[in-house]
Ligand binder design. Sequence first.
Ligand code: MEV
Length: 388
Amino acid sequence: KSDIVVSAPGKVILFGEHAVVHGVSAVATSVDLRCFGVLSPRSDSKVALEVPDLNVEAEWDISALPWNLLPVHIDGSRRVADKELDPPLLAAIESLITSNDVANPAIGSQLAFLYLYMVISAKESNAPSGTFTASSNLPIGAGLGSSAAYSTCIASALLLAHNHIDNPALGESFSSSGPGISPGDTDLIDGWAFLSEKVLHGNPSGIDNAVSVRGGAVSFTRSVGGRKGGLETLNGFSSVRLLLTDTHVPRDTKSLVAGVAAKRLAEPALVDSTFDSIQSISDEARGLLGGQSHVGRDRLVHRLSAMITENHQHLVTLGVSHPSLEMIVSATSAEPFNLSTKLTGAGGGGCAVTLIPDDFPDTELDSLLSTLRNMGFTPHLTSLGVPG
Ligand code: MEV
C-alpha cells in the first residue's frame, strides 16, 4: 500500500464573519495557501499523528481507543451522525491525551484527529493503521481557516484510506484530484470536516470547511433557529487583487465568537441592527462577485472598497478588532494609498485584507509593502478562488 497524499486551501472571508455564526450570510473565497497531509500505512495496529509545526508527535493503540463510547444506533450499528458532536466521546478522547488544555492548538489538533478517525472508521467499519502527517503554509490561528484546511485533509485522507481498503480497483496512488474522491464525496467530507471544526472551535458556522472542501468562492448562510441556510457557489466569480497582512497577533476563535454572542445578549438592539447592515453588504457582494450584477469593473472595485470599510466598522462595533488591525487600517487608508482594509476571520489579531484596485501603481504597492513590513507585519499578495 502506498501513501495517500491530500491538500486543502485556506479561506478569506470577504464579508460577514461573526455575523455568519448568527444566521447572516457571508461571502468567502479560497486562498492559495494550503495545508498538506500524508497518510502512510503501517502494520502495527497503531494510529499516529505528526504535526511538526505544532510540535505534535503522538501515537495510540487502535484497540485502546474508546470505541465503546461511540453512540450506538437502534439497529446496533456503531454510527455517529456526520455533523453531531458527542460530548462523552470527546471527553474520553481528551483523557487519552496527556494535557487537557484543549485551547492549545497542539492538543486541539490531536483531539480533532482522533475524533474524526474514530467516527469515520466506525462508519466505514474499519480502522486503518497509519501515520497522518500534516504541514501547512497557512499561518496558524490567523483567520485564514488553517484548522478547516487541516480538518478537510484528515477527512479526505481517511475517506481515501477506506476507499482503498474497500475498493482496491481504485489503484495504488491517490490525490485529492485523483480517482479516489468523487464529486459525490464533497458533502460527506464537508460534514466530517465540520465535525472536526466543532471539536476545535465549539460553535463554528461551517463556512471555513465549506470553502476549504469546495474551493472557489461561496455565499454561505447557516441554518439558525427555524430559518433555513444554504450554500451558493459563485460560479461567475470575478477575482480581485487582495493584500493579506498578518499581524502575528495570536487569538482564539472560540472566545471571540463567544464574546459576540455575549454582546448580543447584553445589547440586542445594537448587535441585531449591525447584523442587518452586514446582511445588506453580503447580499450586494454576492451579486457583484458572482457576476449577477452587471456592473463595470471600476464600479465593482469601487463598491467593494466602500463595503470593506463599512464591514470593518461593523466588526469594530462587535468588539472583535485589535490595535494591530487598526494600525493596518490607518496605514493603508492614508495618503497616498487611500485603500480599504478590513479584518478577516475571527479578528482580535490575525489577518487584515486590503483591496488593491487593478490600476494601483506597482511603485505604490512596493512602498505599501515596505510600510507594512516596517511596522512588523507580514503582507502577502494572494490569489483567490483556487481549487478545494
Ligand atoms: C472564522 O473564520 C469566522 C467566524 O465567523 C467564525 C465562524 O464562522 O465559525 C468568526
